[in-house]
Write a protein that binds this ligand. Structure first.
Ligand code: FES
Length: 194
């Protein structure tokens, strides 16, 4: 198994021999290395069940949730190469700096600005309302940045907002409870947004 080691100044892959286990995930491999071979290996995870998105890494060149990726399904021969997420700066080893990803989320108008104050009654929205139905397609995003790491347009244009930020804007644009939906549209209509 090869794991990328380094920081913002550069690095290289380091090879480890990791015992094979039944139903072993890529996150299991990384955790084994950190717990049994090199405690200085840096990486992130939290939920281990595909809910938080913090364990995303490049696995044999593709971005994946490592807690939900079985080694047996991604082995390329006996090759398993694990690296930090593409299109983001590296902090250390497998931990990418998520700031640019969330900065773009904010730039795309990602914060919810409601049309009513907390003193007013909550606005009722029917599940069948058209905007609600449209937004439903996008509200499951957990901001793991896998789409951002996979995006060739982000790779070619660092100003491009990326799929997650644009998707967030899409949910807000379709949300009748947002105060100024045209402002969301304006936020994503710059030259680099699309
Ligand atoms: S650890 Fe939470 S999604 Fe993998």
């Amino acid at each position: 198994m090869s794991v990328w080691r380094g920081n913002a100044d550069g690095g290289a892959f380091e090879t480890f021999t990791v015992p094979s286990r039944k139903s072993q995930t890529v996150l299991d491999v990384v955790s084994w290395i950190q717990q049994s071979a090199d405690p200085t290996l840096t990486y992130r995870y939290a939920c281990r069940v595909g809910m938080c998105g913090s364990c995303a890494m490049m696995v044999n060149g593709e971005p994946r949730w490592t807690c939900r990726t079985h080694v047996s399904r991604v082995l390329d021969g006996d090759r398993l190469e694990i690296a930090p997420l593409r299109n983001l700066p590296v902090i250390k080893d497998l931990a990418a700096d998520m700031d640019p990803f969330f900065d773009k989320w904010v730039k795309a108008g990602g914060a919810h600005r409601p049309s009513r104050s907390r003193d007013e009654p909550i606005q009722q929205v029917s599940p069948d309302e058209r905007g609600r139905v449209e937004a439903n397609k996008a509200i499951e995003c957990i901001n793991c940045s896998v789409c951002y790491a996979a995006c060739d347009t982000v790779a070619a244009n660092a100003d491009y907002l990326g799929p997650a930020a644009l998707q967030r804007a899409w949910t807000l644009y379709n949300d009748v409870k947002v105060e100024d939906r045209n402002a969301v549209l304006d936020a994503v209509s710059g030259r680099a947004a699309a």
